[in-house]
Write a protein that binds this ligand. Sequence first.
Ligand code: ADP
Ligand code: MG
Ligand code: MG
Length: 870
Amino acid sequence: MSGYVYDFVDGNKDLKDLLGGKGANLAEMTRMGLPVPPGFTITTEACRAYLRTGTLPAGLLDEVEDHLRGVQAALGKTFGDPDDPLLLSVRSGGKFSMPGMMETILDIGLNDTSVTGLARVSADERFAWDSYRRLIQMFGRTVFDVPAEAFEAELAGFGTTELTAGELRDLVRAYQKVFETHTGRAFPQAPHEQLFLAIGAVFRSWNAERAVLYRRQERIPQDLGTAVTVMAMVFGNRGDDSGTGVAFTRDPATGRRGSYGDYLRNAQGEDVVAGIRNTVPLHELATVDAASYEQLLAVMQRLEDRYRDLCDIEFTIEAGKLWMLQTRVGKRTPAAAFVIAAQLVEEGVITLDEALRRVTGEQLAQLMFPSFDEAAAPPPLTTGVPASPGAAVGAVVFDSAAAAAATGPVILVRRETNPDDLPGMIAAQGILTARGGKTSHAAVVARGMGKTCVCGAEELRIEGDTCTVGGRTVHAGDVISIDGGNGRVYPGPVPVHPSRVVRYFEGEVTADGDPLLTAIERLMDHAGQVARLGVHANADTGADAARARRFGATGVGLCRTEHMFLGDRRVLVERLILAETAAEREAALAALLPLQRADFEELLTAMDGLPVTVRLIDPPLHEFLPPLEELTARVARAEALSEDAGHAGVLLNAVRRMHESNPMLGLRGVRLGLVVPGLFEMQVRAVAEAAAARAAAGGDPRPEIMVPLVGTIQELEIVRAEAERVLAAVPGAPPIRIGTMIEVPRAALTAGEIAGAAEFFSFGTNDLTQMTWGFSRDDVEGAFFGRYLELGVFAVSPFESLDRSGVGELVRIAVDRGRAARPDLTVGVCGEHGGDPASVRFFHDAGLDYVSCSPFRVPIARLEAGRAAV
Ligand code: ADP
Ligand code: MG
Ligand code: MG
């Protein structure tokens, strides 16, 4: 009969959708002939039905009874037998591992009568009463929401020494009173009632608040439901020849070969997982119980052979007999992920393609952050939620203004942050908050900025210009160190190690003899061989381009020329903006020309032989002028002193004249080129002259000119005609391709026409996202994205990971229409999404030629480009 329940002998490891990871793997181990206590699994389908209707689906109880008979037969024991009771565990387990998020209830089946039966057959009264009090506690908490503290208070009343059988019996009575007080009913004595109530409670634990939150963070769908595994109890708490442990077939921290784990004598599994008592390293089991240890090693080898990966397991030894209670492909650190994947290739267990599938760009990114020298770190002051990775050291500031005004590195410490803190967050090295989780404002914004953040450090008490934590006081100006990878907050400066992986990419160390670097080298090589998508870098300087090239970029996909107008050169742009006559304007442009030319030469030198895509100036010009408030204040001050405001007055007029309500939708990009005479012309000439100079010097310059913010082919045609005229007039310049960004939705929709005047497209997915959603990128993150993420409107900001169904659809349309019109059209992307792993996969699927991202993300994109292709 097939329905809602699968016996262990009828399932297998590929049925995770239905049986959950735990149930499927217990079934697999049973089929392999490993020692698993008998049991069965109720499917996730039954859970979904239960969560829909609030009642256990019809027929489920009969099926459970039916399978229970099988368990009884296998063990020769009866559930509910007052003399020698069969006890059960009722365990949760969904398709994806959610450690500790849902509920498990042990020792189901004990009652006031059978507890004495158990004491008799086990000849261990302590054990029997201890099991019973555990049941009442777990059952009360899980099924009836009796607060854990209510039980703990009773336990505390019994002191700290090990309880005698008599005391445990008294504790059971006390627990039963607690149960009655909180539920208004007696603790259920009927074993079957216990079982059915427990099954319903485990189903409901799918929707426990922490489980919902965990799934949202881990991007696990909310509608899968949990399976429920019911199995015979085995007991690690029956004396010194019993015990329980967890083990790994390789070291989950470093990937090193060999078995690792912890063992706890005379204990139940919960004690190990909860870290309640002190464990010993697994290998010490060899001296306690050599036979079980040998058997365990053999089991672990068989599991690795079967799963072809690192497995973690939970086991229990009852009176010298080994039982397997759980296994799964184990979680591991990013470093271990690379090392193990490469090892398994070396061992002939998996192919290089498979190895590539088993590591992620996100893991590589983790390995590229600097880290603290743990050995040199003092004990942490406190630990919060690791919200955005990295290691940051700085002086404490308690408000945004102080952060912005600081000259050295600072850590912004706030109870929580809001949009007003943005300037401070930008200025700070790292952010520490007392409140909020991974989706709080601080966390979301910090991740967006790639800034180290620890949030929700609840022990922090912040008052004015001091904060106390753990009895210590931290003043403004005191140096602290925060680790965004593990949430630790240290007093004083902790030495920071640059990432070994970054040093390797920089060419400062070789991979020789280093297992991690060797693994990365091997997998990156393979990624390069299979990738269809090229990886370029966003770089504005020779130094950035050179670094990107060392990191494996095969071109510059975006040079933002406006970045060349900052610093000392701002005055030249000011002069251009304020020019009232053609002569003044031409003089300003003439002063800028040689500067831009020199910049381009540097860039072309660093990327010799590879394409360098130069984007003509994009932002609104008033971004180059001082802010309105500052000028207003300066002029007001001058007037108050009856002085002439002079230049400030002129600037103020210009800023007022150029004011725009929505500058991002205003006079910028190609619109500037059509409105400000000579500006684009100067930039194109600088590119051509730089290329000519490089060619004359024996180089192989390959610049391209890219026009931003085009919405219609007419705009592009006008700019193109002018650019072609300029290029033709520069002797010695190589052929220079002209293309456009696709970042206005209209450009994506009319890409077929626009391709007529463009030799290449580059998707500006930041603007495209902004304009497709109608979100102002500079405002939303602080204003409402935190709330949107909490509500699950989206699981991740569309500025972080490309929105496939909306923005992605525009990308696909533009690629199709553009290539239909011009088959040899080159298509790339240069928004932030170019370095986001999930987005890279999309761009591969959409058939782009390359992605372009910040130099630091280049290795990540290279790895993901390879992964997308296998
Ligand atoms: P989680 O999914 O949170 O790890 P588990 O279902 O694995 O929860 O249960 C927690 C612990 O309870 C396990 O570590 C295991 O040792 C113990 N346990 C579960 N079922 C049994 C059983 N049948 N016999 C003995 N111990 C059990
Ligand atoms: Mg477990
Ligand atoms: Mg743009």
